[in-house]
Ligand binder design. Structure first.
Ligand code: DX5
Ligand code: ZN
Length: 217
């Protein structure tokens, strides 16, 4: 199946959001980075903005919460109808309970792992999640360099998913370009977030297409 390409609006022009959403109409999902200045040293936006993005976006929303206490704050993103809601393993108190809540509210439930977080504790829990987001940079900022050493997590996740017979999407986020996307695809990723490499291109649609074909090359 074709790679899913999810442009991250962290690299969009925040005062021209509607225009920038139209530039990525050929994407699979739009990746929405919610940051709270506590879990990461950066601040973006909250549910009010996300709801407006959802109303305007040509494609469904893949929400990535880089926030403390997702147990408390994540369900509201499912309640407003976001397609997928991903919270960080390092921030959640009861990840399985939270994932079940998100699913009950109709969203796909995702868990994100920062580069230093070991995947071991999550392998047997895979059936509780619809997607796992493997960070390929330290969360917080766009435009950083892809960390190839986290690829072993994807291999382990892919093996565990096959063993458990569960259909989980494996997403990578950070430093994804036409040069790096193939490394992640080879390691087992099927869903790719790309901020600066899409919004930094003069032709965003061509950049999305370039990533799609580089992922399956
Ligand atoms: C970083 C965010 C990413 C970011 C990726 O913490 O989670 O989604 O937008 O940006 P690039 O693709 O520029 O590395
Ligand atoms: Zn992200």
């Amino acid at each position: 199946m074709a790679a899913r390409i999810n442009p991250s609006i962290l690299s969009a022009d925040f005062v021209n959001m509607q225009r920038d959403l139209e530039r990525i109409a050929s994407a699979d999902y739009v990746h929405v980075d919610v940051m709270d200045n506590h879990f990461v040293p950066n601040l973006t936006f909250g549910p009010q903005m996300v709801e407006r993005v959802q109303a305007t976006s040509p494609v469904p929303l893949d929400v990535h919460l880089m926030i403390d206490d997702p147990d408390r704050w994540a369900p509201q993103y499912a309640e407003i109808g976001c397609f997928s809601v991903t919270f960080h393993a390092e921030a959640a108190t009861a990840p399985v309970t939270l994932a079940r809540t998100l699913r009950k509210l109709g969203a796909r439930a995702g868990i994100a792992l920062s580069p230093k977080t070991d995947v071991g504790a999550y392998l047997e829990l895979l059936p509780e999640f619809d997607q796992v987001l493997v960070m390929t940079v330290e969360p917080g900022f766009g435009g950083q360099k892809f960390l190839p050493h986290v690829m072993s997590k994807l291999t382990r996740l892919r093996e565990a998913a096959a063993r458990l017979g569960t259909d989980v999407w494996l997403e990578v986020d950070g430093g994804v370009t036409e040069e790096t996307i193939g490394i992640a695809a080879d390691a087992g990723a099927d869903t790719f977030v790309a901020g600066s490499s899409v919004f930094g291109a003069s032709d965003a649609a061509a950049a999305i297409e370039g990533l799609r074909s580089a992922a399956s090359a």
